[in-house]
Design a protein around this ligand. Sequence first.
Ligand code: FA5
Length: 345
Amino acid sequence: MQERLKELQQEALEGVNKATGLKQLNDIRVSYLGKKGPITEVLKGMGKLSAEERPVMGALANEVRDAISAAIEEKQKLLEQAEIEEKLAKETIDVTLPGRPITQGNHHPLTSLIEEIEDLFIGMGYTIAEGPEVEQDYYNFEALNLPKGHPARDMQDSFYITEETLLRTHTSPVQARTMERNEEKGPIKIICPGKVYRRDNDDATHSHQFMQIEGLVIDENIRMSDLKGTLDVFAKKIFGEDREIRLRPSFFPFTEPSVEMDISCKICGGAGCSVCKGTGWIEILGAGMVHPNVLEMAGYDSKKYTGFAFGMGPERIAMLKYGVDDIRHFYTNDIRFLKQFAKHE
Ligand code: FA5
């Protein structure tokens, strides 16, 4: 029996030595040390031994089993290490391969321009106000001196939702809301950027959905010259000192007197083109002194307070500033068009 155990140890250790893979090593473990293995078999025969021989044989069997286990464990470590090394060698990363470029986006030109205009007015002490795009007929028209059936409503063809609600046609309802909300009925100095909607046919200078920025200043002794000075600063800062501006008398039911401001066309240099419709000028905003009726409807004392208001179209301003010949470029999201504005940021 002693001999058989020694033989088994010898065989098992040779097997372990020769094993080239983890699976093979595991097979050796199962076949020598498993329940049905030869060592267990030898131990089963211990019953036939004498009382003196039994502990000697038991100790030897344990020794053999420990020796085989230790050899297997050691070999397993070596094989695992070899496996990791082989894997690492196979999976080396080629650090010389060029990486994939990360493309960086840029702001939409209208966003950048609106932020620039906001900064300019904030610098002059204005704050930003907002209002809903789905607006009540009252704020969009009535509170602005445009009662139902007023012919001037036709100047802004509207998308009605119900008889009393519509998509706002301009940002002027924010004026009416801000004045109404002001409990002290005191001074106001705001600009209101936002989207507006009109049933205009889309062409080079018209879009059915576009942006506007409204401005409103209310205080004692506000005069037309304050409006003119403000628009002048705005035009010079946005377009440069060399661009010409002109104010034309106009009509808005919510301002009296009313004006429209044009900027000389950059695209044709004033000679006339499709963008300026052959005139050499492009209209960018409407403005005027707040009509006393509008002040009174919002609860202001029109004898004490006066004010001016303006409403500009950022798309038209962007067209002139950047020399864009069609307003639709801002909304068709051609990445080649939008990318050109990264340099303006
Ligand atoms: C108004 O909307 C007035 N609420 C502006 C105003 C405010 C006047 C406060 C007085 C006091 P108007 O309809 O002219 O006015 O539009 C103002 C600007 O919006 C225009 O000068 C133009 O730049 C722009 N605009 C008008 N219609 C379109 C359109 N369909 N597409 C793109 N821009 C437009």
